[in-house]
Ligand binder design. Structure first.
Ligand SMILES: Cc1c2[nH]c(c1CCC(=O)O)Cc1[nH]c(c(CCC(=O)O)c1C)Cc1[nH]c(c(CCC(=O)O)c1C)Cc1[nH]c(c(C)c1CCC(=O)O)C2
Length: 365
């Protein structure tokens, strides 16, 4: 039985994602629970990053921090977790190195590798292996008491494959490129395996209480348009095509789905032809041009200021907000206000408040 929760007091983001006309655009930002917030460091204490993800109590506390700080301005929570919990569940070790980011001590080497074959053969129990995420989602929904909807998420197959073979962040993507260009067939089998995992994982997040989901393809922009069509798009669309079917089997209602293919500006058209409801835009997109393309296909867009603008002070923030409001049709339909990528460390939380307030000011009559 799916858990029951209090009725929603604010469902603005869900209505906007479904394409309805709204009174103002909903607002949230990627990575809103993170290192720029002093209360994040306090609540995290000496706990390791993945320990925080695995503790429903800590994860729900961190998820709620921006909701409490920006009460009345922020319209969605996103569960505190990471895209790399899928490789972990598949049997890979991932550690978070302070000030450096994620590190896989033993990345996949080649398709002849013992580890690759073990991963391909292993049947992981998606429910049991990520039970801590579903528990964190249910607890967070209870603590939210209907204040704002809760977003669930996963990494996209291409981005996860890249991490699994690179062993961490990368500038040159030597291993990821070696895999897709030297071993395209073995790469596709792995991408498909990850895509199937994503469908089940997202369905179980929704069963636990997630009301909307986002798929993060953070490294989409490393691929050429034709490589994107071969190694990323089919797996993104597989998720959007199969998640609703899986929800139906589980007796659950479809929820809005967002795709974020960072850097793949050329892919806007293809994504607008997919079953995603919302296309998240980075700052390579001109708001007016992207809005025109997306609205012609009935899609909602999300984004898209350069997070770096938040280092630039109030005038810079006002200017980018005005450009977005004008480009995204005034904010009464088809726009979820966000940044073009996650908020970065050392941003002054009051500058994010000002960003939200300016969007509110220029979109409310
Ligand atoms: C690529 C990626 C990862 N994780 C994620 C992505 C996709 C989004 C993106 O492109 O930024 C997704 C993610 N990671 C985190 C969230 C939490 C929810 C939120 O507030 O948005 C989400 C949605 C927490 C986090 N994930 C991480 C932190 C910082 C951990 C810390 O040092 O305390 C947080 C709050 C660590 C992390 N996790 C990852 C990296 C590269 C890093 C290190 C670099 C960085 O911090 O920006 C992998």
């Amino acid at each position: 039985m799916a858990p029951q929760f209090e009725p929603m007091k604010n469902d603005l983001i869900l209505r906007t994602a479904r394409g309805e006309k709204v009174e103002r655009p909903p607002m949230w930002v990627m990575r809103q629970a993170g290192r720029y917030l002093p209360e994040y460091h306090e609540a995290k204490g000496n706990n390791d990053f993945f320990e925080c993800c695995r503790s429903p109590e800590i994860a729900s506390t961190l998820t709620l921090q921006p909701i409490e700080r920006y009460e009345g301005l922020i319209d969605a929570a996103i569960i505190f977790s990471d895209i790399l919990v899928i490789p972990q569940a598949m049997g890979m070790e991932v550690i978070m190195v302070d000030k450096k980011g994620p590190h896989f001590p033993d990345p996949l080497q080649s398709p002849d590798d013992k580890q690759y074959n073990e991963i391909m053969e292993r049947e992981v129990d998606v429910k049991e292996s990520l039970d801590y995420v579903y528990k964190a989602i249910t607890l967070t929904r209870q603590k939210l008491k209907g204040r704002v909807p809760l977003i669930g998420f996963c990494g996209a197959p291409w981005t996860l494959l890249s991490y699994m073979v690179e062993g961490g962040g990368s500038k040159m993507f030597i291993q990821a490129k070696t895999w897709v260009f030297k071993y395209p067939e073995e790469s596709k089998v792995l991408l498909q395996k990850i895509a199937e995992f994503c469908v089940e994982y997202l369905a179980l997040q929704i069963e636990a209480g997630a009301q909307m989901i986002q798929v993060f393809d953070s490294w989409a922009g490393e691929l050429s348009p034709s490589s994107f069509r071969t190694f990323s798009l089919p797996y993104l669309t597989y998720i959007a095509d199969n998640l609703p079917k899986r929800l139906q089997e589980l007796g659950l209602e479809r929820v809005p789905m967002t795709a974020f293919a960072k850097g793949a500006w050329y892919a806007l058209d293809y994504l607008c032809d997919s079953n995603y409801d919302v296309i998240s835009l980075d700052w390579l997109h001109d708001p007016a041009e992207a809005y025109k393309i997306a609205r012609a296909k009935g899609k909602t867009v999300q984004g898209n200021a350069d997070p770096g603008v938040l280092y630039g002070g109030r005038e810079a923030i006002t200017a980018v907000v005005k450009e977005m409001v004008a480009g995204f049709g005034g904010g009464r339909q088809g726009w979820i206000a966000n940044l073009g990528h996650g908020i970065t460390p050392f941003v002054n939380p009051d500058d994010l408040r000002f960003y939200f307030e300016e969007i509110h000011k220029y979109t409310s009559s």
